[in-house]
Design a protein around this ligand. Structure first.
Ligand code: AMP
Length: 426
């Protein structure tokens, strides 16, 4: 093999690609029912956009971006996340000056130069939503309710929000100072990288999986102890409205998300199915980001779901797709087979395939049986795979022969009644 996919990237082939498409269709259905419109921003942005918004000292910007000069020497970056791009687009296209609130969702590839491992890729996909212009707790409740609706549509149950507040930039700074002081006395076992974080951005240490760091964080200061009065009030209002909305949540005082633009509310969602996995999604408020990127002061909140991890954890729905294989006996039956396939697509639905090589019933059935053997891996319901045979006899009689692959039973029926015959069967 001469060419291989770039390390950390992968090909999505059927039926896996169809699971992605199904999840994206569910996102579109649920999010648009809340009035969210889809935004598609470029994969390429100016490097400065991420340095400003995500933060210079975050791992994401510091170590994980695909950054390169273009032919004119401009520094470009393959987007590592989509919120910064959405906010840029909102400002650039004048939406920030338009009617509020603004509701947007997106889906697409993101790029991070991380060490590839199970569930972690260098090109991965995120589904996310952003709600701009709502300062009060109703924003949190709408965003989280919509997120639950989406996850439940994919079959997740027992969902809980892990909730925290990181306050304003100032309260986060005060918290960072206290944390640094606390950890400085306990950092003897830290590696070089974690020492750098302690110096530059101690909040990032909460993302660490290192046991020395985890142990040092036991009993450390908490963000909630450093909240300014406004953030504290907001946090209480969010907890109250979430409670009244019946949305299950628990306080998670050590939750500090890895990007600098978050203010006040931060959250993750866990479920029975998500439990063992790494984080599948995260989100929070970013009340300063629009202004930071040159727009008006506009509060905002959003989330990003890792689609690859989501689908690894998603309860697999039972395959339900049907397949009708139209088998012309020879080339002289091809025109009729193509016509019949069109009628079946319109009248029955599911997938309808024609044996375009018209290799005869035997070879056609061999392919049918091979598909039958792999039905569940292909997302097909094996009870709903049928061959529809068209040959000299059928042509003469004006019939077709229908064969159910699961049982091998076959029946010859009048051509005019074939679509109706499938009713209740696929
Ligand atoms: P973040 O933008 O870092 O808050 O990440 C949001 C979600 O994206 C995470 O919870 C993951 O599910 C997903 N994610 C982040 N990085 C990767 C990666 N390298 N590969 C796959 N999924 C990822």
């Amino acid at each position: 093999m001469k060419y291989r996919a770039v390390k950390g990237t992968r090909d999505l082939l059927p039926p896996e690609s169809e699971r992605f498409a199904d999840a994206e269709a569910a996102a579109r259905r649920v999010f648009s029912s809340y009035g969210y419109g889809e935004v598609r921003t470029p994969c390429l942005e100016a490097t400065e956009l991420f340095a400003r918004s995500v933060g210079e000292t975050t791992d994401l910007v510091h170590k994980e971006m695909y950054t390169f000069p273009d032919r004119k020497g401009r520094s470009l970056t393959l987007r590592p996340e989509n919120t910064a791009g959405v906010v840029r687009a909102v400002i650039e296209n004048g939406l920030a000056a338009g009617p509020m609130p603004l509701r947007l969702w997106y889906e697409g590839p993101q790029f991070r130069y991380e060490r590839p491992q199970a569930g972690r890729y260098r090109e991965f996909r995120q589904i996310g939503a952003e709600l701009l212009g709502v300062p009060g707790p109703a924003a949190e409740v709408e965003i989280l309710t919509m997120l639950f609706d989406f996850l439940e549509a994919l079959g997740f149950r027992g969902l809980t929000v892990a909730l925290n507040s990181v306050g304003t930039a100032q309260s986060r700074e005060a918290f960072g100072r206290a944390l640094k002081e606390y950890l400085s006395r306990r950092s003897s076992g830290f590696g070089e990288d974690d020492r750098r974080k302690l110096e530059e951005n101690p909040l990032r240490l909460f993302d660490s999986k290192d046991t020395a760091v985890r142990a040092a964080l036991e009993g450390s200061p908490r963000t909630l102890d450093f909240l300014d009065a406004g953030s504290r009030r907001h946090h209480e209002e969010v907890r109250q409205l979430l409670g009244e909305s019946g949305l299950p949540f628990r306080d998670e005082p050590s939750l500090v998300r890895g990007l600098d633009y978050y203010t006040r509310t931060v959250f993750e969602v866990t479920s029975a199915e998500l439990g063992a996995q790494d984080a599948i999604l995260g989100g929070g408020r970013y009340d300063n980001l629009v202004e930071l990127l040159g727009g008006p002061a506009l509060p905002a909140i959003g989330f990003a779901i890792g689609e690859d991890r989501l689908l690894q954890a998603a309860p697999r729905p039972a395959p339900s797709r049907s397949l009708l294989l139209v088998l012309p006996q020879g080339p002289e039956d091809l025109a009729d087979a193509l016509r019949l396939a069109g009628e079946l697509r319109a009248g029955v639905g599911g997938a309808v395939e024609v044996d375009l090589l018209a290799r005869g019933f035997k070879k056609g059935m061999a392919r049918g049986n091979a598909l039958f053997e792999e039905a569940s891996a292909r997302g097909l319901d094996s009870e709903k795979i049928f061959a529809v045979l068209l040959g000299a006899r059928e042509r003469e009689e004006g019939t077709v022969t229908v064969k159910r692959l699961a049982s091998g039973d076959q029946e010859t029926i009048p051509r005019a009644r074939v679509a109706g015959w499938f009713e209740g069967r696929v």
